[in-house]
Design a protein around this ligand. Structure first.
Ligand code: MOS
Length: 763
């Protein structure tokens, strides 16, 4: 039987998830290097590129329906309060207002998450939902919101993570204090007794905001009892389930569609309340509803990368052998339960037999943390690679040599080998690209006002994908192929890469291939666009379906030409007789002869290999200039060398790395959500006050892929790249700044004031 239902494992953003689902049991021959291939791995332009750049692509935000109305949301202005009284009567008198929902008229509507209701009169952060108004225009809806009268019981709040650590979380949010996460390995005190030297320091990172280009939005419409939701989401099936559960309607009465999307970075990995509010208003009004969040709401209420306060200590021998490491951290999850841990890289990146970890999630009265492009790893690597450099300089060792000395040959947490690990290759390729020998052997030893420095940091992530992930193929008259899957293209190029895989195997030109993703009403289940797992999960399913379609075409040709199947071969998109190559049929010929409108085929991802961990690896190197008079840091160059399995498409790969590196640079030097502690108000709620890079901040970027294929991970050899791209950037920049000025800046973002304070010790 070619498909089987089995147990398999997948690591999704640090969580080990056991899956039970249908997998393919076919073992396909590995492709070898990209040089052997015709389409996969080539710099193929996006198949949706023209539609996007011409403006004809209809993004979720662009979706307009007849008789559609607009919904806007009233959010808590206070960090912590209970609603004493709410009166919507004045709001309902606004000309053009159609409906207002609050906790008072939606008591029967659940929120799928945390067994709560859609609206909760207990407001836990500035931004918590109070009401939602629908009107003929968005402006009228906003006008109505201003007329809603709310009396609050103000409650004590905490927005400072360190102070909140000492407070009673139940008083702040009603949620119990999260358990302390602990992890131990080996014999810690023995490790310390074996050491000659140690370094210890505390590193802090700020809360930062995802800020995808496209704001969170949904357009919803009912047709009888059937609901269609156009949603800007990274996970159509999660949205479908959340909406159906909240409204208590059948799963198959909800169809979620996401065609084009302007980014998400993790903030669109979960369903949002706004989607359910829109569906509810649309049902009450009998009209389609569009709901969106503006930039202010985006900065408050769709998640963030939690902060971290990480204290690390490293003990080792003078020859560089690390003998023990300890890690203690806490971070703010916001006002609702979520994870903020940043300790994964610490546990797994460098070889160390004796380690101790403590990590505490802290509730504060601010917007909730959410998965954000390599959750935990970006914070964790900044701290880990900073302290590793400190140890290297302390014992007078080249930082790369120290990393090589403590190279983890096997996964230390699960004690199993990696499907592949080419980190050594990444170190040497990156070092060469950045001119590693030009770094200051003694940090800060350069002359002049502008000091130059070079630093690096390592990357580890999962992104090997896994089942369940399915794809369907439909081959039609004329030899046109449609690839259908229930994953979505968050903007990374999934449409294009899946078409490339089918084109490679079936030898059908790219122009004849259409890919339909992001529609729960059409596609078989495939995973969310998260965890850098999309291609590693879905591309193998497309390969499976394509290989099986190929067999089907051979059997069709055998029937048509009356030649036994074993005397037929597939050659360059044609099916020919081995004995008489003149006897052949094109795919179009077969479809014509068949008197069938289409040939169908399903394919599935195979199970993950037993006894291995799949990780991607890499290292980024930064070359920076620091102006010691102004504190301004210029990143001159980032060299990124990575083992990410097979590069599936050189163009989309470079897009991902450029985006990740810029977002990492931004994290290192600019971004920070700032809250006024006395009022609990976020003070930088727009793109003017909340800094991100402009084109003038973009460094030279060199990308070197040291891998060719990871033959154990899946049948196409690919691992994800979206998250690896951002992981080491901030750590590399921080180490380069240290190398330039000889003083370590331990808190991100590394802003000019911190640089000047570090150099001149103003305070
Ligand atoms: Mo997730 S943070 O969207 O990979």
């Amino acid at each position: 039987m070619p498909q089987k239902i089995v147990k398999s494992k997948i690591i999704f953003e640090g969580e080990i998830v056991e899956t039970i689902g249908e997998v393919s049991t076919e073992e396909y021959e590995r492709w070898g290097a990209n040089e052997n291939l015709k389409v996969v791995g080539k710099p193929v332009s996006r198949i949706d590129g023209y539609d996007k750049v011409s403006g004809s692509a209809v993004y979720t935000f662009d979706k307009i329906l007849q008789r559609m109305v607009y919904a806007r949301t009233l959010r808590s202005p206070l960090p912590h309060a209970k609603i004493k009284r709410i009166d919507i009567s004045k709001a309902l008198k606004v000309n053009g207002i159609l409906d207002v929902i609050t906790f008072q008229n939606t008591e029967d509507i659940d929120w799928y998450w945390n067994s709560s209701k859609l609206f909760d009169p207990h407001l836990r952060y500035q931004g918590d939902e109070i009401a939602c108004a629908a009107a003929e225009t968005a402006e009228l809806a906003e006008q109505a919101l201003k007329l809603i009268e709310v009396d609050y019981d103000e409650l004590p709040f905490a927005v400072n993570t360190k102070k909140a650590l000492e407070s009673d979380p139940e008083k702040l949010t009603g949620f119990k204090k999260p358990d302390l996460f602990t992890y131990d390995r080996g014999d810690f005190s023995k490790g310390i007794s074996e050491s000659d030297e140690s370094v210890e320091d505390t590193f802090t990172t700020p809360v930062v905001i995802h800020n995808p280009t496209e704001v969170h939005c949904s357009t919803v419409a009912w047709d009888g009892g059937k609901l269609t939701v156009w949603d800007s989401t990274q996970a159509i099936f999660s949205v479908r389930n959340a909406v159906a559960d909240s409204l208590k309607i059948n799963i198959n009465d909800v169809r979620v569609i996401k065609k084009y999307m302007g980014g998400g970075f993790g903030s669109k990995l979960e369903a949002g309340k706004y989607t359910v509010m829109a569906a509810l208003l649309a049902r009450r009004l009998g009209r389609p509803v569009k709901i969106y969040l503006d930039r202010r709401e985006m900065n408050l209420a769709v998640g963030n990368r939690p902060d971290s306060h990480q204290t690390l200590k490293v003990w080792g021998k003078r020859d560089g052998t690390i003998t023990a490491m300890s890690y203690k951290s806490f971070g703010a999850v916001g006002a609702y339960p979520q994870g903020a841990a940043a300790n994964w890289p610490f546990r797994t990146m460098y070889k160390c037999p004796n380690i101790k970890v403590e990590d505490q999630n802290v509730f504060i009265n601010a917007g909730r943390a959410r998965a954000f492009r390599a959750p935990g790893h970006v914070q964790g690597v900044f701290a880990l690679d900073s302290i590793i450099d400190d140890f290297a300089y302390k014992i007078g060792m080249d930082p790369i040599d120290l990393r090589l000395k403590n190279y983890a040959e096997v996964d230390q947490v699960f004690n199993v080998p990696y499907t592949s690990k080419l980190l050594k290759e990444a170190y040497s390729a990156g070092a060469q690209a950045i001119n590693w020998d030009l770094r200051n052997k003694i940090p800060g030893s350069g002359n002049g006002v502008i000091k130059r420095g070079i630093g690096m940091a390592s990357q580890i992530w999962w992104g090997g994908g896994g089942p369940p992930a399915h794809a369907m193929l439909k081959l039609e008259r004329g030899g046109y192929l449609t690839v259908i899957s229930g994953t979505q293209d968050i903007g990374t190029g999934t449409y294009t890469i899946l078409a490339q895989v089918a084109a490679e195997i079936l030898e059908i030109p790219m122009e004849k291939i259409e890919v339909i993703l992001g529609d729960t009403g059409v596609g078989p289940y495939a995973p969310s666009s998260g965890g850098s797992q999309t291609i590693a999960s879905v591309a193998p399913a497309v390969r499976d379906a394509s290989e099986k379609m190929k067999s089907k075409l051979i059997s069709a040709a055998a029937a048509i030409m009356e030649i036994p199947e074993d005397k037929i071969k597939y050659n360059n998109g044609e099916i020919e007789s081995i004995e008489d190559p003149a006897k052949k049929l094109s795919i179009a010929d077969i479809l014509k002869e068949l008197r069938e409108e289409s040939l169908l085929m399903n394919g599935s991802r195979e199970a993950n290999p037993d006894g291995y961990t799949t990780n991607s690896f890499g290292a980024q190197f930064a070359d920076v200039s620091v102006d010691t008079e102004t504190g301004k840091i210029t990143v001159n160059k980032i060299a990124a060398a990575h083992d990410i399995g097979r590069p599936m498409n050189q163009k989309t790969l470079e897009n991902q790395f450029h985006g990740g590196i810029l977002q990492g640079l931004s994290y290192a030097l600019m971004e920070e959500r700032v809250i006024d502690e006395s009022t609990g108000q976020v003070v930088n709620l727009n793109m003017h006050d909340y800094k991100i890079p402009t084109v003038k901040d973009v460094p030279k970027i060199e990308i070197i892929i040291v891998s060719k294929s990871d033959d154990l991970v899946n049948n196409v050899g690919a691992k994800g790249i979206g998250e690896p791209a951002i992981i080491p950037t901030a750590g590399a920049i921080a180490n380069a700044v240290y190398n330039a000025i000889g003083v370590r800046i331990k808190s991100l973002p590394i802003t000019p004031d911190k640089v000047l304070n570090a150099i001149y010790k103003f305070n």
